[in-house]
Each structure stands twice: as C-alpha cells, then as structure tokens.
Design a protein around this ligand. Structure first.
Ligand code: ADP
Length: 494
C-alpha cells in the first residue's frame, strides 16, 4: 500500500533562485527539493518581490482566486496570489503579491543605499496575514506549516492565539531559526495592527519582550516544535546571550521541543565538475582546471598573476558584525606579512565596506575588495581561491565552508556553531582533518590558523591530499532532509 504523503507548507521571506540574501535563500532553494524526493508533498509561500522575473520563472496568477483586501492597522492592502515551481523541480511555490509593500529592488533593504526598509514590520505582518488567508482558501491544506525565521514567525501567533481560526488550529507548526540575532522587535502597537490579542502583551507575555513586540519570540512561544541549523548553534543559543540574543530563556523553556538539524549543501548548484560560472571545471580526480579559475579570479580582482603558486584566500560574506569583518581588517597587517593574497566579496554595513576600501588602497597588490552581490563571482572565488577565511563571531550553520570543501578550497574558520560541526580541524601528526579552526576571536587566533594552513600549503603533496579529502566529503541535503521528515512525522503523530 502506498503510504500517505505528508503535506507541508513552508513560509519564508527568501527562496533561491527567486530571492536570496544569504543562507536562508540557499536552504529554501534546496531543502524542499530534497524533501520532495523523499515523498513529502512540500510547497512554499513567499512574497512576490518586484525584482523577481515573473516571465523567466513562469510565475502566474492562481486561477479562481480573487484579489483580497488585507487590513494592517488602518490601511487596506490589495493582495493577489501567484504560483510557480522551483525551477527544474516539481516543488510548487506560491507568491503573495502586494505591490505597495513588495514591489521593491531588495528583500529587506534598498540595494542602492543599503538601508533597511522603514516599513519592515508592516511588510511582514501583511505577509503573515496573507499566509493565514491563503490557508483559509484551501488551495493547499497542509498538515504542517514550516515557518522560517522572524519574518514568518508571527503566523504562529495568528494561528494559536485566542483570536485564532478553529479550522486552522489543527495544523502543526515547526519554526526553524536560521539566525537568532534577527528577531524583528518593534513597537507594541503593532500587536493591534496584526490583529493579535493585546491582552498577551503583559510583561513576560507571549507578545511582549522588554516592552516591545518581538516576532521571533512569538514564534518560539507558539510553534509546536523548533529547530535551528546546527547542533552546536542550538547548544550555544541556549547557553547565553552571546548567541541567544536575549531569547535564551524562552528557548530553554521549550526544552526538548528545540533541536539542531544541520543544513546541507546543494551540490546541483555547487559542484566544480558542473558549474557554469567557472572558467574551467574540475574534480577531485582531475584538479587541472582549478588554476585557470585562480588566474581568472586574480585578473578580475586586478591582483598580480605572475606567481600562481602564491596562496589566495577568499572571503564571501554579508558585511555584518556576526561575520568578524572587523577582525579581518584589524589583522591585515599580520596577514600581509605572510605571502598571501586576499579577495573579499560582500555587501552590508557601510562601516565595514569603508574600512575594506581603505585597506584596499593601502595594499593594492595584495587585497581586492568587491562590494557587490554577485553570484558568479562568489562561485569564482570558491573555485579560484586556495582557502576561505570565515572568522565568524557566531555562525548558525554557514554554507560557504561546505561549498569551499566541495571545491578543494580549504576553510580557515572560527570554531563556532555549524563551522565547528562541519570542519574537522587538521592534525599535522595524523594528517587528518579538512580545515583549520581557531577559538579566540583575535588576530593571534586568526593568524595562528592561517599559519597552520600555510604550512600545509607549502607541502604541496599534503595540500593536494587535503584538497582531495575535502572534496570527497558528503554534506548533501539527503541526511538532513531525512531528519526534517522525521520531525514532521513526530509532529503529526503527536
Ligand atoms: P548567512 O546566511 O549568514 O549570510 P551563509 O554562509 O549561511 O551565511 O550563506 C551565505 C550565502 O550567501 C552563501 O551562498 C554565499 O555564497 C552567499 N553570499 C553572501 N554574500 C554574497 C555576495 N556578496 N555575493 C554573492 N553571494 C553572496
């Protein structure tokens, strides 16, 4: 007898390839496909941002659904629903169109100025209400609603609070937290705008956090189960405010309902043997194509190409506090007292981009800084560098190290969160491991790990063996998707 399919709807602000800012977009672009292959009827819903190419992605209005008026505060918004598929897959994606709030060039921030949109709270209250309305329409009736991050968290409060619709109460809710730093805290007045019960805003109530409304806290309180994206990060977030950002107590109160499930890498998008953005493809068996990518990367970065043996270290990162960009900048003098070149790709906080630009002017033949969002260049950096530097203060999972490993580009990273879970520190005595980890968040820590990497790099046979070992590792979604499926089963089986 064919087993009944689990029905899951994911709600998210990002989903590759439609809209990606960071790892959330990668995860949503890959996890649903892996779950679908495991027999789960998984679909997703996200905002229809103005920059998404409707024609290219065959995004069409859902026939038979009329335009809806959704009220946030005293403003009425017109909403329409669209649908498409994740390209080259059978996973259906639904889109919430509300031009007043989503017809923009960025997901969270204006790409030109880097400024976060001032109406973020209204945008994601509207999105949350639109998802609840969509559920009521019955186009797709999931058993499980899988919410991702703060932007979708308020949906849990809408489905569970005293004002909730009884027919939706049966749906089980899983909230996956991809980064606890981003909570969306706003004025308590938004509780009314969201149509939630103001009596829940008493100190310590589900909708109150230090006198404000906190989307993520509401999700943590109301979801049936919670997950985050690595086991070590789950433990770190419970331990204290450094990773818990004030929500550690609320997470602790959920006990065994909260767990870590490691992200995977999408090897359909990240495979050096089959990557349309590389100058030359290569594999663990035939590494000959890698240097051509190194040369192209250096040319594009206007760095010297006369000695391709010189180690190149790449950085691909949102330029934010979490990622330790300030530590890189503070360590440049030490880094460049070694024989290395550094290529940085990133966008974000103007303080970090300014500091990087200044440093580039100081070290024009050693440092190249690309201040843009550029997927093609990200692939070229992963392929063309010898190592990736990832000195994060905290890192829920991190995906770049997984991509680096697949491309024989060895991570030099801080031992935190998912970096600690996916990188085995190289041990010279046994010649085991596939990366270089450091603990203390300072120049000595960073340069110490870099020196260990350079020592192996200078022994070309050992480095080659290290590259091949890294390239042979399997961090595909298969194992992690199975864990999500088991969690879904736990939810529906009570
Ligand atoms: P986070 O989600 O915290 O940003 P992750 O390592 O989980 O960090 O995921 C980051 C993803 O975003 C990776 O796929 C990385 O290649 C990509 N990325 C980050 N910055 C850029 C950029 N400037 N251009 C292209 N891709 C980027």
């Amino acid at each position: 007898m064919a087993s009944r399919k689990l029905r899951v709807l994911m709600a998210t602000a990002e989903m590759g390839p439609f809209a990606k800012v960071g790892g959330l977009g990668d995860v949503l672009g890959a996890l649903p496909k892996a779950l679908f292959d495991k027999g789960v009827d998984v679909r997703a819903i996200m905002p229809l941002y103005g920059f998404i190419d409707r024609r290219k992605f065959h995004i069409r209005r859902i026939a038979g659904l009329s335009e809806q008026a959704i009220i946030v505060g005293d403003h009425e918004f017109n909403v329409q629903y669209f649908r498409s598929n994740i390209p080259e897959s059978k996973v259906q994606v639904f889109f919430v169109e509300c031009d007043e709030l989503f017809d923009r060039d960025g997901v969270y921030a204006d790409p030109a100025s880097g400024m976060t949109y001032g109406d973020t709270t209204t945008r994601f209250i509207l999105f949350s209400k639109a998802v609840v309305d969509f559920l009521k329409m019955g186009v797709f009736t999931p058993e499980i609603l899988h919410l991702h991050d703060n932007q979708a968290s308020l949906i849990a409060a809408m489905l569970r609070g005293p004002n909730a619709e009884p027919e939706l109460a049966k749906i089980k809710i899983l909230l996956t937290i991809h980064n606890l730093e981003y909570q969306n805290q706003c004025d308590l007045g938004y509780v009314n705008e969201a149509g939630l019960d103001p009596s829940l805003t008493h100190p310590g109530g589900p909708l109150e956090f230090y006198g404000r409304l906190n989307f993520l806290k509401a999700g943590i309180v109301y979801a049936d189960k919670l997950s985050t994206v690595s086991e070590t990060y789950a433990a770190e977030t419970l331990r204290g405010p450094d990773a818990g950002f004030g929500l550690e107590g609320v997470l602790q109160s959920r006990g065994a309902d909260y767990r870590g499930i490691m992200n995977g890498a999408d090897y359909a998008a990240w495979d050096p043997a089959n990557d349309k953005w590389l100058v030359k493809t290569y594999s663990a068996r035939n590494l000959a194509g890698k240097p051509a990518n190194k040369k192209a990367l250096l040319e594009k970065s206007r760095l010297p190409t006369d000695d391709l043996g010189q180690p190149v270290v790449g950085v691909i990162s949102r330029l934010v506090y979490q990622k330790g960009i300030d530590l890189i900048v503070a360590s440049l003098e030490e880094i460049f007292s070694r024989d290395v070149l550094l290529v940085v790709l990133g966008t974000g906080d103007p303080a970090y981009s300014g500091a990087l630009r200044e440093a580039e002017a100081k070290y024009p033949t050693r440092l190249a800084v690309h201040l843009e969002y550029n997927e093609e260049l990200a692939h070229l950096i992963v392929a063309g560098s010898d190592a990736l530097l990832i000195p994060s203060r905290f890192e829920p999972c991190g995906l770049n190290q997984l991509y680096g490993l697949r491309y024989g580009t060895i991570p030099v990273a801080r031992r935190t969160g998912g970096l600690a879970d996916t990188i085995q520190d190289y041990a010279p005595e046994t010649d085991q491991g596939w990366g270089f980890l450091f603990d203390s968040f300072d120049t000595d820590g960073l340069v110490g790990a870099l020196d260990e990497a350079l020592a192996v790099y200078n022994d070309s046979e050992r480095w080659k063996a290290l590259m091949k070992r890294a390239m042979g590792l399997d961090f595909s979604w298969n194992v992690s998707a199975e864990k999500y499926k088991q969690l879904y089963l736990e939810l529906v089986n009570g």
